[in-house]
Design a protein around this ligand. Sequence first.
Ligand code: SF4
Length: 331
Amino acid sequence: MKLENVQVEVSTHCQLSCLMCPKRIFRREWISGHMDMEIFRRIPFEKFRYAHLQGWGEPLLNPNIIEMVEFAKAKGCRVGITTNGLLLDEFAEDLVKAGIDLVAVSIASADEKTHRKIRGCKLSDLLENIRMLSNIRGKPKITLVTMMLKDTINDLPKFVEMAKDVGADEVIANNLDYIPSPDLTGLEVFSEKENREVLNVIRKAEELAKRLGISFFAKPIKLEEALVCAEDPISSCLITVDGHVSPCVYAHLPTRSDEIIRVFRGKVVRVRKRYFGSLVEEDFEKVWKCKEYKDFRARFERRKRAIDEFLVLELPELPDVCKTCYKAYSV
Ligand code: SF4
């Protein structure tokens, strides 16, 4: 049976220093690097349906990125990236030739000034790059990804219009689901109780997208413990830039510390990074099947089963690394 998604952190370098990015917050201990081809080739892409070549960093900065897309495609895997869009003009043709299936571009807001304030780069240049990609014959699916923040949420309908205008197929509105510093608390739009005003804006954007004929997906804005988070740790995983096999990007950061700092429900918490082995030392199969990783996944499997079997009172606890991760609470 095939596994679902492998997320591959092909680079932890980035030209930007966005307001909410852990790379800006933890810049003194950030380890910037590119995944080398030797580690990349050890990933068994044939076991997965989809490979997303991005972690905490900009994938188009990896000098082997085109070869990486070709390699994963040749193993029968669908391939996508999320990029900041700055180098798309340079790479668009080659990405299409390599057969990439999805290009997602992160954009902070449809408003030039707000975008520049959050991302520190010019929005109009990115839009030109996306337009160019959308005009290439055989283009991949193009998704514009944004983050719903208190400062940007009201522009969401305008964001949908902008996406249509540049030839995108889809808009995904994410949450600030990892808050790396107390300074950023309060920017998120999710809460214990759904905010009606935010919900109305999301509905407006959704209706507009329907009228314009593009897909739209916004993450939930109410905190509710999920049985299994949307990262699907049961059948998906992350390969970090240095080859570690981890459940997801929320359980691992490319920093010198063994811990991750998170702000969760107003409190600063420290959790140990979670990974189960390294492709530098062992093959994937061995790591995936090791007892510790199996137990980690089994916890989520039992949570899923408990509901099907009406055993809610016997719901196993979340693993430690997940207890203070907002993804475990549906947002
Ligand atoms: S809850 Fe968070 S840390 Fe745990 S697997 Fe899901 S995304 Fe990763």
